[in-house]
Design a binder for this molecule. Structure first.
Ligand code: 8YV
Length: 324
């Protein structure tokens, strides 16, 4: 008997087809985000639940479940971040959790650079002006932005995506400063000609662009707060392709309104798709709808990576990307 597998959202067609060849699959034809009740019932019905960031698997989604009534053995998350999955409940229920690292690092780093350029060179504002018919023509003082090339690129979290972003920033002649909880090996720092600083405040003071590449979750919630923003240069920018909760968006709005920093580029939001409405009123912030991994090559690779993990699991070997 093939293991019973449920996919919580629509995936690229090739990946869904591959899954269907191998497993007894239930697809989410309408692509609606699963409710807590649906998720709870899935855990009692399927051998594997294949999730995404839109599945809020907070402790209440696991409430009332026990080893006796849970059928699921593995949660295969489609995405690298898994802070939406309550790890202690997963452990209590003896669930294996896997993610999809590596395959999305380049494309997510691309979006960080896109946001940096758009924010600094006022790409969003410019586009809005042209489309609205309000552009009156070239003039020396029109829509002046900030120079990116040669600036300081601050990386908070020097993992795979942070390094890809730094690599790209080096192409703009930027110098790299890094804050990372653990010590980055000196040969890695050398390869980026990077300096590892000792605190987030120090990084904030040095960076022209402070790009966030750490995981989300409780321990990184509001790492970027009013105090850190106050340390930044008034010409500085925050770039967030990590998780919305890493930035205190109320403090960010104040900083953007009051000239504490020059601007921001955000691909992720606390409580997304809801967005702090004040952000929508500000011209010095660029807003994207969580596009980090949104290329066809990457979304397919993510799906095949989930399949590799559940294949390994159901064949009795260690899934390559086990995180719990
Ligand atoms: C994913 C992401 O597309 O992988 C991640 O952590 O943030 C995104 O790029 C999303 O999480 C899908 O689950």
């Amino acid at each position: 008997m093939k293991p019973k597998v449920i996919v919580t959202r629509r995936w690229p067609a090739e990946v869904e087809a591959r899954l269907q060849e191998k497993y007894d699959v239930t697809l989410n034809a309408s692509d609606h985000p699963m409710s807590v009740a649906e998720f709870k019932s899935a855990l009692q019905t399927y051998d594997a639940v294949l999730t995404t960031v839109t599945d809020g698997m907070t402790p209440d989604a696991f409430e009332g479940l026990s080893l006796e009534n849970v059928r699921t053995k593995i949660i295969g998350n489609y995405g690298v971040g898994f802070s939406h999955i309550d790890v202690s409940s997963a452990k209590r229920l003896n669930l294996t959790v896997t993610n999809t690292p590596d395959v999305l690092s380049e494309c997510t780093a691309d979006i960080a650079i896109l946001l940096m350029l758009m924010a600094a060179r006022r790409g969003g504002e410019g586009e809005r002006e042209v489309r609205s018919g309000n552009w009156t023509g070239w003039r020396p003082t029109h829509m002046i932005g900030s120079k990116v090339s040669g600036g300081v690129f601050g990386v908070l979290g020097f993992g795979r995506i942070g390094r890809e972003a730094a690599q790209r920033a080096m192409g703009f002649g930027m110098s790299i400063k890094v804050f990372n909880r653990s010590k980055v090996p000196s040969e890695v720092l050398q390869a980026f000609n990077a300096e590892q600083v000792g605190s987030i405040n120090e990084l904030a003071e040095a960076a022209d662009f402070l790009s966030l590449h750490c995981p989300g979750g409780a321990e990184n919630t509001h790492l970027i707060n009013a105090e850190v923003l106050a340390r930044m240069k008034p010409t500085g920018y925050i770039i967030n392709t990590a998780r919305g909760e890493v930035v205190d968006d109320v403090a960010l709005v104040e900083a953007l309104k009051n000239g504490v920093i020059a601007g921001a580029g955000l691909d992720v939001f606390q409580g997304e798709p809801a967005i702090n409405p004040d952000l929508l009123t500000l011209d010095n912030v660029v807003l994207l709808p969580h596009l980090g991994s949104a290329t066809s090559a990457t979304r397919e690779a993510m799906g095949f990576r989930v399949i590799e993990n559940i294949d390994a699991f159901f064949n009795g070997s260690e899934p390559p990307d086990r995180v719990v």
